[in-house]
Design a protein around this ligand. Structure first.
Ligand code: GDP
Length: 443
């Protein structure tokens, strides 16, 4: 997400950092590069112009902080303006009136069906709501089946739509069925076309008129850049959307759509899709995104992701186990699986301040996902007793474990050695009393 923009901007700022003070000339030079970086990121031309004008005006103004160096001053101004450009405050869903009705609209292949399911998952996990999924695309038989498969995966009820039904009737009847099932969030997955077309708009307007949804979320593929923005405008004009979801942000290094959508349509970006899994949907926070763009990491999102997968009580229990040297291979395996749920190691590292840039400097380092796979296979091949009491794992047990998972005895030895070293280190850190000191981030 935003990777190439981050690289280009950091180059622009590096040149400014060397300056003793800001003047019209060096600001002009620095901003020319910022402008190029934004245009290369496929941000709307007019949006870029306004943005650069505002930054220039502020940078030349008298209200710059004395405690900052010129480079830092410009970074701060750009940061504040980026937050504004991305929408200012975070905008959540309107969940006031139950049942909450959410209508997903957008072109074919934009990610509507996936996002409807991801949202159902999120509403249940974060808001303790009972979602109900409604397939209202009767033109593609596969679309109905696709949503039913996802609903079963989530164990969420779905309306039994068939291709001979009328989409408006489906949505209206689904509201009744959802109420009967005790559900308080109803998500309509509507039909998409390859282009904006009038019959589709009429159908969507009819659903809106009949069901009066609290939210009409326009879903677009972030990788289509400015096209996504243009189509959003068309849907908004015809339907009056309440917000935008950009999907496939995991594959979009430029970010042009995210940076232009609020300025052009006036409608907030509410969520971003960051992967194909049903947990890969994040509420969009303009301030955190601005920090990510400027290479400052996104610690808040990282903490939230970790919290989502671990209850506080569980975290405490784990800490106590570590402190009493009772952390065993079973816990080790649980932690590894949890890592996997949070995301790939690479995506986690990118959220840590300074790490994004550092990973670049190291070149194309492969984050050892494979190591986790290997460790998991080895631990899976151990008995429960061996996981709880690693000290009993003698030579013959090592041989059996290696055979069981198709690895060598040396692999098993290496894993046990790593585990013991980690355990020792934890003892040193936690046993000494007091909170462990965080290492300083390299600059
Ligand atoms: P629809 O035609 O609008 O309903 O689109 P789908 O929900 O069927 O999505 C089209 C494709 O995009 C599917 O293969 C999805 O798995 C994929 N997809 C959706 N959202 C994301 C996302 O955030 N990241 C990635 N990588 N793929 C996504």
């Amino acid at each position: 997400m935003f990777d190439s923009l981050t690289d280009r901007l950091s180059e622009a700022f590096r040149n400014l950092r060397g300056q003793a003070r800001l003047d019209e000339k060096n600001i002009q030079d620095g901003l020319r590069e910022v402008r190029m970086a934004l245009l290369e990121a496929d941000v709307n031309f007019k949006v870029v112009k306004d943005f650069v004008d505002r930054v220039k005006e502020k940078a030349l103004g008298a209200d710059v902080l004395k405690s900052l160096t010129p480079g830092q001053q410009v970074v701060k101004i750009v940061h504040d303006e980026l937050v504004e450009l991305l929408g200012g405050e975070q905008t959540g869903l309107c969940l006031k009136h139950k049942p909450v009705t959410i209508m997903m609209v957008g072109l074919q292949g934009s990610g509507k069906t996936t996002t409807a399911s991801k949202l159902a998952n999120l509403l249940r996990a974060k808001h303790k709501m009972k979602p109900y999924l409604v397939p209202a695309d009767v033109y593609r038989p596969a679309a109905i089946e696709q949503l039913h498969v996802l609903a079963r995966q989530l164990d969420v009820p779905a309306y039994p739509s068939t291709t001979d039904m009328n989409p408006v009737d489906i949505c209206a009847d689904a509201l009744k069925k959802a109420a009967e099932a005790g559900c308080d969030a109803v998500l309509f997955d509507t039909a998409g076309r390859l282009h904006v077309d009038e019959p589709l708009m009429e159908e969507l307007s009819a659903i809106k008129a009949r069901c009066n949804p609290a939210e009409i979320l326009f879903v677009a593929d972030a990788m289509t850049g400015q096209d996504a923005v243009t189509v959003a405008e068309a849907f908004d004009k015809r339907l009056g959307i309440s917000g935008v979801v950009l999907t496939k942000m995991d594959g979009d290094a430029r970010g042009g759509a995210a940076l232009s959508i609020k300025s052009v349509t006036g409608k907030p970006l509410k969520f971003v899709g960051v992967g194909e899994k049903l947990s890969d949907l994040e509420p969009f926070h303009p301030d955190r995104a601005a920090q990510r763009i400027l290479g400052m990491g996104d610690v808040m999102t990282l903490i939230e992701k970790a919290q989502d997968t671990m209850e506080a009580a569980e975290a405490e229990k784990l800490a106590a186990k570590m402190q009493q040297a009772k952390f065993d291979l079973e816990d080790f395996l649980t932690q590894m699986r949890r890592m996997r749920k949070i995301g790939s190691l690479e995506s986690i590292l990118k959220l840590i301040p300074g790490m994004g840039g550092m990973m670049k400097k190291l070149g194309d380092v492969q984050v050892p996902e494979k190591e986790i796979d290997r460790a998991e296979a080895i631990i899976n091949s151990m008995t429960k007793k061996e996981r709880r009491e690693p000290s009993i794992i003698n030579a013959s047990r090592r041989e059996r474990i290696a055979k069981g998972c198709g690895r060598t005895v040396a692999d098993v030895n290496a894993l046990i050695k790593n585990f013991e070293q980690m355990n020792k280190m934890m003892q040193k850190i936690l046993g000494g009393g007091g909170a462990p000191k965080m290492p300083k981030m390299p600059r």
